[in-house]
Design a protein around this ligand. Sequence first.
Ligand code: ADP
Length: 310
Amino acid sequence: MNEIKIFSPASVANISCGFDVLGVCLNNIGDEMVIRKTKKKGVVISKVHGDRDIPLDNKKNVAAISASSLLNKISINHGFEIEIFKGIKSGSGIGSSAASSAGSVFGINKLIEKPFSKNELIKFAMEGEKKASGTAHADNVAPLICGGITLIRSTTEIDVINLPIPDKLFLTIIHPKIKLKTSDSRSILKHKVSLKKTIDQMANLGGFISGLYTNDFNLIKRSLKDVIVEPTRSILIPEFYKIKKSAIDNGALGSGIAGSGPSIYAMVKGEKKARKVGEAMSEILIKIGLEFNLHVSEINRNGIKVLSKK
Ligand code: ADP
């Protein structure tokens, strides 16, 4: 095999009570990437389609950074070129950098006949994330590599748990067209958290995970709360609380900041309701004249997908 084409999906990290530890893979929004073997060693980003802000430089493009960290671990006498077709806007909060960081190492691993485990691929992909956001987090790349909803228990020794997905669980995501860099929205976070808030957040995370295991939508709804990060970060997102309230008033189980924003997610049971929630969220941004993209997605159980091979 000399060439592989993959679909690398968008993802929503954090999910309210799961700051830096929960991530969900989406279905119908993502990037495509074509990875080809080349005679010359190393990695080259040959072209990026669909987003002019993304660098080609292989010291700056996260797809090349994660690929290089993989290539440093093996000895082969050829290299790779990567062509990226962006479907996810960078700085949108739904894992644009993660799609590239994880997609390149997933694709290269297939081309070299899979010597690396999922955990090793997550570790390489985290190097790309470190470049994009300043910290090597795994909550976007893990659900891409493992599929579904993942809990990142540890990134020192990679320990990722695939959580069960109740039937008919959908995410509605509204992306107000303003750019928010993960590195900027991380820089405003408070580094000291009270014991009371820590206890509340742990209780909600436990409740959410328990709700997933027992198909208890009411428990999921009671648990989708973020008392630590949302109060600080929400100030960066126009009409955040109005949008969140409209989602919940229209039947969402919960709503919060997608990743580091500005996208806002709502978790909803059933596709029809997920679309209704999307309409309600949209109305708020229409009123203030802010352009947006809207996505309704079932949870993608499989993660990155191979589209073709040659
Ligand atoms: P998102 O949460 O949507 O991934 P980030 O702010 O985390 O947004 O990442 C985007 C940053 O990473 C931008 O500065 C962008 O230029 C940079 N970047 C470098 N390579 C890529 C790539 N292949 N895809 C997306 N963003 C990239």
